[in-house]
Design a protein around this ligand. Sequence first.
Ligand code: S5P
Length: 272
Amino acid sequence: MPVHPTTTKTYEQRAALHPNPTARRILETMVRKRSNLCVSVDVTTAKDALEVVKRVGKSVCMVKTHCDIIDDFSFEFTEEFVRLSKELDFVIFEDRKFADIGNTVSLQYSSGAHKIASWSDLTNAHPLPGPGIIQGLETVGKPLGRALLLLAEMSSKGNLATGEYTRQAVSMARDAGRDFVVGFIAMSRVDQGQGDDDWLILTPGVGLVSKGDKMGQQYRTPREVVYESGCDVIIVGRGIYGIQGGEEAVKAEAERYREEGWKAYEERLGRE
Ligand code: S5P
């Protein structure tokens, strides 16, 4: 198990240490709902997306979207999504994976058909273009109290976000400070050995049944991710919304992942 000081602290203790309002809200929501589960709602109509959200909402601390895969994306959709995030108490994470120069990403974040900054609490970016990408997104998101994750590692087979790239991603976040960048998409405690700051680590590639798909995705269990690798939030997509058996099966599967993720966190704290 990683020995980074963050992994031995409770989510409550960590909430108090975060300067960014969205990071605090994520950790406080996790405590309130005993959930470190983020469901990734990768479906292609607004109706299907909202239906999944209603089914899993009670079990999650966060819902993740790809707004550019929704055929009938509209302002009404985001309005209802934000309303549900308040009613069911979860944080919204648009998985946009920005990857351009600062000026372009600031426009992609604020404008266009999606106006992501107006409805999404959290988003993410590849560190590939350099620190200007943080500056561009920060000009839009920071005044709104939004937060950003950098992709320091990826879950897919053969990806290039490894070794020195990962180390530089952490170093870029440290240079930016924790006012807007609040953590990483990563498979492990990438901040290990790079200071004692508290960063949130959100981890995709999580499944209790499947080990991967035909296009390079690789899955690990909630215990491997939270207990063995010291990550904070598990991101689960097809393992939950793709389960056969209708509405009740999706609800039950979300609850199963919530329980597994929380058990692994308690085990990490030595509460078991
Ligand atoms: O490295 C990554 C980063 C992300 S954000 N690997 C990923 O799989 N993701 C996202 O997590 C991906 O875009 C998808 O939305 C989700 C995983 O979905 P699943 O159906 O494989 O669980």
